[in-house]
Design a protein around this ligand. Structure first.
Ligand code: ADP
Length: 602
């Protein structure tokens, strides 16, 4: 019995030992699996670099990791456009760090910069041994939470018109909430060539240029085929210069010399010191940053509809990233949501003057989808001139954007077609030039300039791109002779040399076969440059009908109480063709008027 007990005990011990060994074996294999899994998801500690392709070239990042975590991401080099890519450069690395994930949202308005950054970070993390598949899986989104605000003035859209309105409303005593659907402020304004037309006694006099508010009025009215509302145009031309001074008073800097912008018809365009439209947006955002939250800008918040109380607009209903946002306005709502150049469906619905626009690219940012017009019409606002869509002959062949444009002003450049021939007065209206371009073989052209436009290789265009960079990237050609330039462009050299020679004669005589009247220098000094351009959708001139107080009118011509509008979302100013340089004057001037009137409304 004793013996049996012992043997049972032994047996049990052996069993326990066997189970223990089995368990050990099992745990050993589990451990191995875990280890391999954690190795796959973890990193080899260290610092790694990665490269991705952004909008303007390579983006290089440095990523530091320990065994479990991504510790730091530094953007070492990039060529992305200042102002436009800022949010992506800041937010993408931060989002990767915060979420320890590669499944981060693209920053709207900076898609290529965002993708380039994510690609660069991914490459570095791959080098660190990270499991890219796991890290790229979408994570559960944050808990939704609805929010409500009450303020004096609500502004829809944080482009030039909206921010101008917000600043002006605040200057007139209002608390303001600005709602912007994209991840960053700026809209089309920040991407624009940014020339600002205003009759400017001091600058123009210094350059010996004669001008008057009446001439600006006449050119705007007649240049728009007399379709624009004369009262609105009068308000624009009379207030353009005071508004420019107001911008300067808020810190905005313009260059000393005025120039003629493409389709501007007269040298009254002011060029900001900062590239593209960044100067305007920075000026407004600096002001807003100094208001201690009295002007609040909510990004990634898309307004869906206007809230009515009887016939009065009293607020907006929006969708934020983390829930619905309702803002009640005690004084007024200002629609400044821009045009619909990026909305192909709306373009096709309203287009009256062009052939089918479906396949054309656009200079616009992706948020230019006409939401403001749709929401205004839904509550009875009148829309005018919706069929008037402005095209430019100046689109980048790849993207449709204005970047890569080598012109530095109308006077010193010509256009030639695929055969090397000129085909239009290059100082003409934008619609005239674009129509002429559409009739050329394969619908593309070359812009030709010489050393007068680029005295040195590091001279920049309006888009902060130096001519050397553009040539190196293959976006422009450079040559010491016209014949060589013709060869690089693939155009007939005889035609091309003759086109330039004829133009140079016209500079001397003022007689031009195409009727051109705006000249400065001949194209006769190497290096010569050429850049390819195509038609592109640029500006929608129709929109919400307003009066000179920027109040929105209904279909009977009566004011809709509580509702104002400014900027590209409005119609009736530019008629059938907008003068180059008039948009920035328009959005700032009417934004300022709308802001003031909303703030002072009862
Ligand atoms: P403007 O030149 O008239 O100021 P912009 O294009 O510069 O026009 O600015 C319009 C702004 O309005 C853009 O930033 C755009 O993203 C924003 N926007 C458009 N629709 C909405 C919407 N539904 N809600 C909030 N913001 C919007």
């Amino acid at each position: 019995m004793q013996k049996r007990k012992v043997s049972i005990l032994l047996l049990s011990l052996m069993l326990i030992l066997a189970m223990f060994l089995a368990a050990c074996g099992k745990s050993e294999s589990t451990d191995t699996a875990d280890t391999s899994k954690s190795e796959a998801e973890g990193f080899t500690p260290g610092t790694y670099t990665g490269v991705g392709k952004g909008n303007n070239g390579e983006i290089k990042v440095e990523v530091e990791v320990d065994r479990e975590k991504i510790l730091a991401i530094n953007v070492l080099e990039h060529k992305e456009s200042e102002g436009i890519s800022d949010a992506a450069i800041k937010n993408i690395p931060q989002s990767v760090l915060d979420g320890q994930t590669l499944a981060v949202d693209i920053v709207s308005g900076a898609t290529n910069s965002s993708k380039g950054l994510i690609a660069a970070i991914t490459e570095a993390i791959k080098a660190a041994g990270g499991n890219i598949d796991e890290l790229s899986k979408k994570q559960a989104t944050a808990k939704k939470e609805d929010k409500e605000y009450t303020t004096d003035v609500v502004v829809i859209g944080a482009g030039g018109a909206g921010l101008s309105a917000a600043v002006s409303a605040h200057e007139n005593g209002a608390k303001v909430v600005v709602l912007e659907k994209m991840s960053q402020v700026g809209g089309n304004t920040i991407l624009s060539g940014s020339a600002y037309n205003a009759v400017d006694p001091s600058r123009q006099e210094a350059q010996g240029i004669e001008d008057s508010v009446d001439l600006h009025f006449q050119q705007t009215y007649e240049g728009g085929d007399k379709l624009g509302n004369p009262e609105l145009i009068r308000t624009l031309v009379e207030n353009a210069y005071p508004t420019l001074q107001w911008l300067e008073g808020n810190g905005m800097e313009f260059k000393d010399e005025v120039f003629t912008v493409l389709g501007g018809l007269w040298p009254r365009a002011h060029k900001p010191v900062k590239p593209l439209g960044t100067g305007y947006i920075d000026t407004f955002m600096n002001y807003i940053d100094g208001t201690n939250g009295e002007v609040e800008v909510l990004v990634e918040t898309e307004v869906k509809e206007l809230i009515m109380d009887g016939d009065r607009v009293v607020g907006v209903q929006a969708e934020g990233k983390n829930g619905n946002v309702k803002v009640t306005a005690t004084k007024g709502v200002i629609i400044a949501a821009g045009g619909f150049g990026a909305n192909v469906e709306m373009r096709n619905k309203y287009n009256e003057t062009w052939p089918d626009l479906s396949s054309l690219k656009t200079t616009n940012h992706t948020g230019a989808t006409g939401d403001g017009m749709v929401m205004a019409e839904a509550i009875g606002a009148n829309l005018v001139d919706m069929g008037q869509i402005q095209l430019l002959p100046m689109g980048d062949p790849e993207t449709g954007s204005l970047s890569g444009n080598i012109e530095q002003g109308v006077e010193n450049r010509i256009f030639v077609n695929k055969d090397g021939n000129r085909f239009v007065d290059e100082g003409e209206r934008r619609d005239v030039m674009t129509k002429a371009l559409m009739e050329q073989p394969e619908q593309f052209m070359w812009t030709i300039v010489d050393k007068h436009s680029y005295p040195t290789g590091d001279t920049k265009n309006n888009f902060n791109e130096s001519i050397d960079e553009l040539v190196a990237a293959g976006r422009a050609y450079q040559a010491d002779t016209l014949e060589d330039l013709a060869k690089q462009m693939g155009v007939n050299p005889e035609n091309f040399v003759k086109a330039v020679e004829d133009f140079n004669k016209a500079v001397e005589t003022g007689e031009d076969a195409f009727g051109r009247s705006l000249y400065d220098q001949k194209i006769d000094t190497a290096p010569f440059y050429a850049g390819k351009r195509v038609p592109t959708v640029h500006h929608t001139m129709g929109g919400i009908q307003i009066n000179t107080n920027a109040e929105v009118l209904n279909k009977e011509g009566n004011v809709i109480p509580g509702l104002f509008a400014a900027g590209e979302v409005t119609g009736g100013i530019h008629g059938a063709n907008r003068l180059g340089g008039n948009a920035l004057a328009d959005i700032n001037t009417f934004g300022r008027i709308a802001g003031k009137n909303a703030a002072l409304a009862q």
